[in-house]
Write a protein that binds this ligand. Structure first.
Ligand code: PLP
Length: 405
């Protein structure tokens, strides 16, 4: 049984008060809280194991290397990648997408070639492509969304693909709308036309089982801190054949085979993309977070969060003048809203005074805000430890704030 009360004991921060009110933490799409096992694992490594990885012949270095590489295997199994060579550690989703944008555009694209994203992307899946557009003359195109926050149908997606489309890069789940995009269908359609697909999994990896072989995606990016792991660590999954084709991203130690003044050769995968000392304590922390999620069961987490989302949407609809953004039939863990003409910042600030932590603003998605015709929204986002009582507190809080205006 999924015992949320017991689960909350693993997250001491959830017991604290703010402004003498119990904390209701609903900003999980920005970052999640960390369970004790993750903090303990990282403390233990710094206390007893710490040494730089891959280089040392001494005991501690080998032990730290073993933990670091075991973390890679944990990630591989978590997303069902074929090989550990396909798991590249990055600083997060943002760095993973920048890595692909830079190396893919440089090696696989010419001026006038197109990359296709969507109207609901986070800036980290827009700006890296725009930087390449400026540098290389590639073109960034975007798929539109309907008023419920869904992508146009797959049939219509096909109409946006041209002979010049060289890559499709899409969010699995929107961080503003919560829409779960039909990435598997889009990947199939893209592959029929020989186009690889990058999936931004920042908002899906924490909430659902991802199987990269089943999806058949060419790249997947996600961040540790959004899935109960530490900050500063993330993952780029890439199919081996693609990673082999791409040039290195950054130069330095760890990523080379042999360096000379005449010619430098590079390490094998995945090290070719991991220049410099990796955050080996964070990789161990991430692996511990993944094991924690797996011990609860990804299906159970998904079912719990789906129920929270359904319940929250239902309750929100009872509030007068409520405007909900994102009403896709397949939606996950994110509820964005405005009430009447109350500014999102005012709503967020007053909810905060009631102990309720939500996010306000553009959520790093300016083009989506433009599409929705707003400057920002209030966003409540859920994690495995949230409860229906917390949603009741949110709804009561919104009613109270609304009454003040
Ligand atoms: C959909 C999506 N993509 C990318 C990112 C960027 O993640 P990070 O800042 O961890 O690199 C976020 C963060 O909110 C996100 O929600």
């Amino acid at each position: 049984m999924y015992d949320v009360k017991k689960i909350r004991e693993d997250f001491p921060i959830l017991q604290r008060e703010v402004y003498k009110k119990p904390l209701v933490y609903l900003d999980n799409a920005a970052t999640t809280q960390k369970p004790l096992c993750v903090l303990d694992a990282m403390r233990e490594e710094y206390l007893n194991v710490n040494a730089n990885v891959h280089r040392g012949v001494h005991y501690l270095s080998q032990q730290a290397t073993d933990l670091h590489e075991a973390a890679r295997e944990t990630v591989r199994a978590f997303i069902n990648a074929r090989k550990i060579e396909e798991v590249v550690f990055t600083r997060g989703t943002t760095e993973a997408i920048n890595l692909v944008a830079q190396t893919f555009c440089e090696s696989q694209m010419k001026a006038g070639d197109e990359v296709l994203v969507t109207d609901m992307e986070h800036h980290s899946n827009i700006v890296p492509w725009q930087l390449q557009a400026k540098k290389m003359g590639i073109v960034v195109k975007h798929l539109p969304i309907d008023d419920k926050g869904c992508l146009v149908s797959c049939h219509d997606v096909a109409t946006y693909i041209t002979e010049r489309t060289k890559l499709i890069s899409i969010a699995h789940v929107s961080n503003v709308l919560g829409t779960i995009n039909p990435v598997k269908d889009i990947i199939k359609l893209a592959h029929e036309r020989g186009i690889p697909v990058l999936v931004d999994g920042a908002q899906s990896a924490p909430h659902m089982k991802i199987d990269v072989q089943d999806l058949d995606c060419d790249f997947l990016a996600f961040s540790g801190h959004k899935m109960y792991g530490p900050t500063g660590i993330g993952v780029l999954y890439g199919k081996e054949e693609w990673l082999e084709k791409l040039p290195p991203y950054q130069g330095g130690g760890e990523m080379i085979d042999k360096v000379s003044w005449e010619k430098t050769t590079f390490e094998r995968l995945p090290f070719k993309f991991e220049a410099g000392t990796p955050d080996y304590v964070a990789t161990h922390g991430l692996a511990t977070a993944i094991k924690y999620m797996e011990s609860l069961g990804m299906e159970n987490i998904e079912a719990h969060e789906q129920e929270l989302t359904r319940y929250c949407m239902e309750q929100m609809r009872t509030i007068p003048n409520m405007r909900l953004f994102g009403e896709a039939p397949h939606k996950d863990a994110v509820v964005s809203f405005l009430v009447g003409d109350i500014h999102h910042l005012d709503m967020g600030t007053l909810l905060d005074r009631l102990g309720i932590a939500v996010r306000t603003g553009h959520h790093c998605a300016h083009p989506l805000m433009d599409r929705l015709g707003v400057t920002g929204t209030v966003r409540a986002s859920f994690a495995l430890y949230n409860t229906k009582e917390e949603i009741d507190a949110l709804v009561a809080g919104i009613r109270r704030v609304s009454a003040m205006f």
